[in-house]
Design a binder for this molecule. Structure first.
Ligand code: 13P
Ligand code: SF4
Length: 328
């Protein structure tokens, strides 16, 4: 640890105690940010922690939809997002009533399969097309989209959430890969949206073949935001914390990790006797990496960036999140 880092850590801990604050960090955060956090986890675990925790301030080291979820579930607490520019491009691929994303900004990603709704549409368009069909919304969405939905899901519980509904058909937004993975694992009909995560979408079967050839004994774990042709080659498909649990419980010694490389830190730390290889070294989410120790300190010191969801959106969005949290 450098002197600078030691100083930042000390200041953060001092302020954290003074302000009765809790630091929540996503599994993709920088190593040193994970190290200073009180809780590190996947989206589902962090939502659960945010709703249950006793504190005055939640400092969220992640991306904006995660801090919004914390604010939705804990309106009486001050929720701070460590970097205001930390967004999730996938969350911006769907909007309630006016499209806000242009396909041409991601060249090469312009051939949606015909059964998937193109992102030039809006959530209200797709709802009008399938009246009465429930909308299952990945937590990687903005608060207004959650408010317009029936229930939320994460990568860890999407199939359980779909199965919990009485309907035989569901609309699942916005990640086409997660939706196709859900379709593969349920008999119900899943209507998908054409959103994607640029970090996971870039992985191709050729990358899997290369990694498996380089590490023939390794088990491949992949996040359901990867393409279906990649998921079909994986040994285990699960959320980020699902990978942590799987690797710990497994008697295998080598693993290829098909998700953002920030997860490698906990995988290695919690399994010192095992070896982990990234599926692709460039699986880096630039938005997750915006937060540094300095951002955490400034957040606590200057009380920024406050994330507060307006009541008229918060109340229906909370209903969607709570319905998800009730699914066991
Ligand atoms: P998890 O819910 O698996 O942590 O994933 C969140 C995310 O943003 C994946 O890209
Ligand atoms: Fe969004 Fe992908 Fe980054 Fe996750 S990894 S926050 S889905 S851009």
């Amino acid at each position: 640890m450098t002197l600078d880092e030691a100083f930042l850590r000390e200041e953060i801990l001092k302020l954290k105690n003074q302000r009765r604050a809790i630091i929540l960090a996503h599994n993709y955060q920088r190593d040193e940010v994970q190290e200073i956090a009180d809780f590190v986890g996947d989206s589902l675990e962090l939502s659960r922690t945010a709703s249950a925790i006793d504190c005055d301030v939640i400092v969220f080291a992640g991306v904006n939809f995660m801090a919004e979820s914390a604010s939705i579930l804990s309106p009486d607490k001050t929720v701070l997002l460590t970097e205001i520019g930390a967004t999730c491009p996938m969350a911006d691929m769907i909007h309630v009533d006016s499209p806000r994303w242009e396909r041409k900004s991601f060249p090469g990603f312009n051939n949606p399969p015909p059964f998937i709704y193109p992102v030039e549409f809006t959530l209200r368009d797709i709802k009008a097309q399938y009246p009465g069909t429930p909308v299952v919304t990945y937590v990687n969405t903005t608060a207004d989209v959650k408010a317009e939905s029936d229930i939320c899901c994460t990568s860890a519980n999407v199939v359980k959430v779909i199965e919990s509904l009485p309907d035989e058909r569901v609309i699942c937004i916005p990640d086409r890969n997660l939706s196709m993975w859900a379709q593969r694992n349920t008999k119900k009909q899943v209507i998908a949206w054409d959103g994607f995560c640029h970090v996971h979408e870039r992985v191709r079967p050729a990358d899997v073949k290369k990694a498996k050839a380089e590490h023939p004994k390794a088990i491949l774990m992949a996040h359901p935001e990867c393409r279906l042709d990649v998921l079909e080659m994986a040994d285990h498909v699960t959320s980020t914390s699902g990978m942590l649990r799987f690797a710990k419980a497994s008697s295998e010694k080598e693993f290829i990790v098909g998700t953002e490389i920030g997860l490698m830190y906990r995988l290695k730390k919690e399994n010192p006797d095992k070896v982990f290889y990234p599926l692709r070294k460039d699986m880096i989410c630039p938005n997750m990496k915006k937060t540094t120790l300095k951002s955490v300190l400034i957040a606590l010191k200057e009380n920024k960036y406050i994330i507060k969801v307006p009541e008229e959106i918060r109340v229906p969005a909370k209903r969607s999140l709570e319905r998800m949290l009730d699914v066991r």
